[in-house]
Ligand binder design. Structure first.
Ligand SMILES: C[S@@+](CC[C@H](N)C(=O)[O-])C[C@H]1O[C@@H](n2cnc3c(N)ncnc32)[C@H](O)[C@@H]1O
Length: 277
């Protein structure tokens, strides 16, 4: 519907709601920052990594080693698409050099796939993203994949000898026969119902017993803001998988640490595929 088609009252309400959402974020971050510094959040993050048997500091070093040669500067959470998932990958790679099969749903610019390829040199990293024709009307259009982005992606992929890119809709994984094959699955495609729930279910199928499932942009309850990255689909589905004893209960790792990234509170969930008796 065009803005001109909206009744005046509805239009004013909509403008007001967006303005409030826009203003609420920095206010929340300021208030959340009182009594809790970036240092506190970093210390908490270190502990959460430890609870998974992971060393955040060493993970960060491993990540920066993987980034050197690819990029001019080390990891910064302020860069687009950068977040603690990359540090988690670094920390997991130090514990699991034996991984042979890593899977990513949502390639985007292939940066994360290439980093995964460097961190797990003994693995084949398979990464999938929508075919271009399926973008129209799909939530993927929220982050438009310009020709420039796609050529940057293809350029990156051309140098990554252990990364395999497949153009496919993740829903097609339902047909995959590669059950119980993956050591790690990174779920970062469509973040809303129903695709997000299907992606988690397919990730569970793909994983080996004990394998890691990492899921991006976990929100526990609906926030005042609205958008495709603010769905509780991932959290709800992981919780159901936990109840059904298919996955371990999710450990939630803050997506970013800095004060200005704290609204809405977003996490990366880390689970493991439970052993089948
Ligand atoms: C947030 S980006 C991924 C970022 C990347 N994984 C990273 O770690 O930097 C989400 C990507 O998922 C893709 N996507 C959305 N829906 C999808 C689907 N049904 N199947 C495959 N990919 C999908 C989008 O095209 C987009 O490139």
């Amino acid at each position: 519907m065009w803005i001109a088609d909206l009744p005046l009252g509805e239009l004013m309400f909509s403008v007001l709601r967006h303005l409030m959402s826009f203003l609420w974020s920095p206010v929340y971050c300021l208030v959340a920052g009182i009594g809790e510094s970036d240092r506190d959040r970093e210390a908490e993050q270190v502990k959460n990594f430890q609870s998974l048997g992971l060393n955040r500091c060493a993970g960060l070093e491993a990540l920066n080693a993987a980034l050197s040669g690819l990029e001019a500067h080390p990891y910064s959470e302020d860069e687009e698409m950068s977040s603690e998932h990359l540090v988690l990958f670094g920390a997991i790679s130090l514990r699991h050099k034996e991984f042979r099969s890593v899977f990513e749903i949502g390639t985007f610019d292939a940066r994360s796939a290439v980093v995964l390829g460097r961190l797990f040199p003994n693995a084949i990293v398979t990464t999938i993203d929508l075919p271009q024709v399926e973008e129209v009307g799909n939530v993927a259009g929220v982050i438009p994949r310009s020709t420039q982005l796609l050529s940057a992606r293809d350029e990156r992929l051309s140098f990554a000898h252990n990364v395999r890119f497949i153009e496919m809709n993740s829903l097609r994984l339902t047909e995959s026969e590669n059950v119980g094959h993956c050591d790690l699955v990174w779920v970062d495609g469509d973040h809303t119902y129903p695709v997000s729930a299907v992606d988690v279910a397919n990730a569970v199928r793909l994983l080996k017993p004990g394998g890691y499932l990492l899921c991006d942009d976990i929100i526990m309850k609906n926030s005042r803001l609205q958008g495709p990255y603010l769905s509780t689909a991932g959290f709800d589905t992981l919780s159901s998988m936990d109840n059904a004893q298919l996955l371990s209960s999710p450990t939630l790792i803050r997506k970013r640490i800095g004060r200005w990234h704290q609204y809405p509170p977003r996490y990366i969930a880390v689970c493991t595929r439970l052993m089948i008796e």
